[in-house]
Write a protein that binds this ligand. Structure first.
Ligand code: SAM
Length: 324
């Protein structure tokens, strides 16, 4: 394992301090087939972090944008609400806290550590990080301890399919608070019943949900609509949306027959927003992360959406956006 003396902090301009460092031991550019032998459940088994020797998750370079949008929203939300509410942060699918970008071997903080290391983190009362990978949870807890943040934050093993288990974990979250929930899976397999259960368990909660529209959905949705052999995938999407209305929608079936991915995707997102609206989440917004996934914001209050729109004003590069 390299020693800390080898750390080379990159000069690249960052809007966040993600503690970027070049890891010379990354073999770089692993494709999907390579990753079958260079990673285990997404965690690199070739190298570990050069800043703390712990686990790193292998990611594509677009991950930086996801972290940017999440932390920008979190910062505006925390600054805007800290004097009105006690705030909690909950992340499902938190990973080990540190990522390595396969294109260039640069290490950065993942979403969970980017939030913990952000200057607004001290405005939070409590933060709970959930993942079903025990190695990731243990690594994140070691990092939380090392940063001296264990009095606010803890990582816990949990499966988002186990609604009762997640509710049990959330029973630890103080009541009468305003909660920001970030859910970051790799596919569209978050049961809608999880969102309903979290919303009712937490009371006041705004959500940012990573929807794997450009990857999972684009690859599979047409088969799920038209091919009876894809019943398992179809059931996953029904579980995600919380009912099967999407699959009986004539527009959806026509789009599938015409192989129009864009219409199938848009109708899927619209159906998800409709389902969220039915449980009170009528204020929604979307930020696309290249062609990979969509970050969907959902709140019961217009102020939440105002914060989200404000967070979209500055590009990951730090440039003001021209289209806003
Ligand atoms: C895209 S990664 C998250 C990365 C992390 N948020 C970051 O930016 O560094 C997805 C995570 O979901 C976790 N995961 C997969 N299935 C899960 C499940 N059923 N319940 C909870 N976590 C799960 C994986 O272990 C992985 O850490």
């Amino acid at each position: 394992m390299p020693n800390k003396g080898e750390v080379k902090v990159m000069a690249q301009k960052e809007t966040n301090n993600l503690r970027s460092a070049l890891n010379k031991h990354c073999i770089k550019n692993c494709n999907k087939e390579d990753r079958a032998s260079t990673t285990e459940e997404g965690i690199c088994i070739i190298t570990s972090s050069i800043i703390d020797g712990d686990l790193v998750r292998c990611v594509g370079k677009w991950s930086y944008k996801k972290i940017h949008w999440l932390t920008r929203y979190c910062s505006i939300f925390a600054n805007g609400m800290k004097n009105k509410w006690k705030l909690n942060y909950i992340e499902i699918c938190c990973g080990p806290g540190r990522c390595i970008i396969r294109e260039d071997g640069r290490e950065i903080d993942g979403t969970s550590l980017a939030i913990i290391n952000h200057e607004v983190f001290n405005y939070f009362n409590k933060a709970i990080f959930i993942d079903n990978n025990s190695n990731s949870v243990n690594a994140l807890n070691r990092r939380i301890d090392y940063l001296g943040k264990h009095y606010i934050a803890k990582a816990v093993i949990g499966d988002y399919n186990d609604i009762v288990g997640v509710k049990e974990i959330l029973s630890d979250v103080p009541k009468q608070c305003l909660n920001l929930v970030f859910i970051d899976p790799t596919d569209c397999s978050i049961p809608f019943s999880l969102i309903e259960a979290m919303s009712s368990a937490l009371g006041n909660a705004d959500f940012i949900i990573n929807m794997a529209i450009g990857t999972d959905l684009t690859r599979n949705i047409r088969h799920a609509i038209l091919d009876a052999n894809f019943i398992k995938v179809k059931m996953k999407y029904i579980d995600f949306l919380g009912n099967d209305d999407y699959f009986s929608n004539k527009e959806v079936i026509n789009a599938a027959k015409q192989d129009d991915n864009s219409i199938m995707r848009n109708l899927f997102i619209e159906e998800y927003k409709r389902r969220l609206g039915a449980i009170g989440y009528v204020y929604t917004g979307i930020e696309k992360v290249e062609h990979y996934y969509d970050l969907l914001f959902a709140s019961k209050h217009s102020l939440g959406l105002n914060f989200w729109k404000k967070s979209q004003h500055v590009e990951p590069s730090g440039q003001a956006r021209m289209d806003f």
